[in-house]
Ligand binder design. Structure first.
Ligand SMILES: Nc1ncnc2c1ncn2[C@@H]1O[C@H](COP(=O)(O)OP(=O)(O)OP(=O)(O)O)[C@@H](O)[C@H]1O
Ligand SMILES: Nc1nc2c(ncn2[C@@H]2O[C@H](COP(=O)(O)O)[C@@H](O)[C@H]2O)c(=O)[nH]1
Length: 197
């Protein structure tokens, strides 16, 4: 019997650095996670590629996928839909490969209720002032959208208690090391149970 892959969910407020930390983890030696590409109705930002950063779809297409049961989870975040295609997750885990999700808090908690065996990691900023500065510094959103994202973050931070782990993203390399340590420990735990030693 093939041991199922690990499901790793990295979540936290917009702008905390999930994408930055995820990319840094994927560049580390010996890391072989399958990244779950989300679907969204948001317009592509400069440089974003359909099928790599997101599957960019219309609201009609997204709603059809919801109605067909094709989404493991989905959320409406600042006027757009975001969601995780289900078949990729099911097939990849069944094949024994690890899957890495980078999604918002609403979505992560939906996945946790369906797949509690996953590893749920909340990435937290040093503080909200710092979070706002990161969103401003990224330069991808209007000041109106940034304020909506910071307002959402106030509520999202309260949800941290529902996660397995909280990791501060003060310095990217430190956050990467913390997450790698969590995954190493979880992998050992799961493998030892599977092997029944
Ligand atoms: N530890 C850090 N220190 C300083 N700046 C950081 C740190 N981590 C990320 N950043 C910067 O913060 C900005 C937001 O990072 P990023 O886009 O990775 O966040 P995110 O959580 O993926 O956002 P979203 O959820 O909106 O996609 C980027 O400009 C990034 O370079
Ligand atoms: N619930 C989900 N949230 C997702 C998914 N993919 C991304 N996200 C999160 O949405 C916000 C906004 O993203 P942005 O690219 O517009 O900055 C951010 O928190 C993402 O992590 C998903 O599939 N499901």
């Amino acid at each position: 019997m093939t041991q199922r892959g690990l499901l790793i969910v990295l979540s936290g407020p917009s702008g905390v650095g999930k994408g930055t930390v995820r990319k840094a983890i994927f560049e580390e030696e010996g890391i072989d996670f399958q990244y779950s590409i989300s679907a969204t109705t948001r317009s592509p930002r400069k440089g974003e590629v359909d099928g790599e950063d997101y599957f960019f779809v219309t609201r009609e297409q997204f709603e059809e996928r919801i109605n067909n049961g094709d989404m493991l989870e989905y959320a409406q975040y600042v006027n757009n839909y975001y969601g995780t295609p289900k078949s990729f997750i099911d097939q990849t885990l069944a094949s024994g490969r690890d899957v890495f999700l980078e999604i918002d808090v609403q979505g992560a908690l939906q996945v946790k209720s369906k797949m509690p065996e996953g590893i749920y990691i909340f990435l937290t900023p040093p503080d909200l002032t710092n979070l706002r500065s990161r969103l401003v510094g990224r330069g991808t959103d209007s000041s109106e959208v940034i304020e909506k994202r910071v307002a959402a973050a106030r509520d999202e931070l309260k949800m941290m208690i529902n996660y397995d782990y909280a990791v501060e993203n003060d310095v990217v390399s430190r956050a990467v090391d913390r997450i790698k340590a969590i995954i190493t420990a979880e992998r050992l735990r799961v493998t030892r149970v599977f092997e029944q030693i």
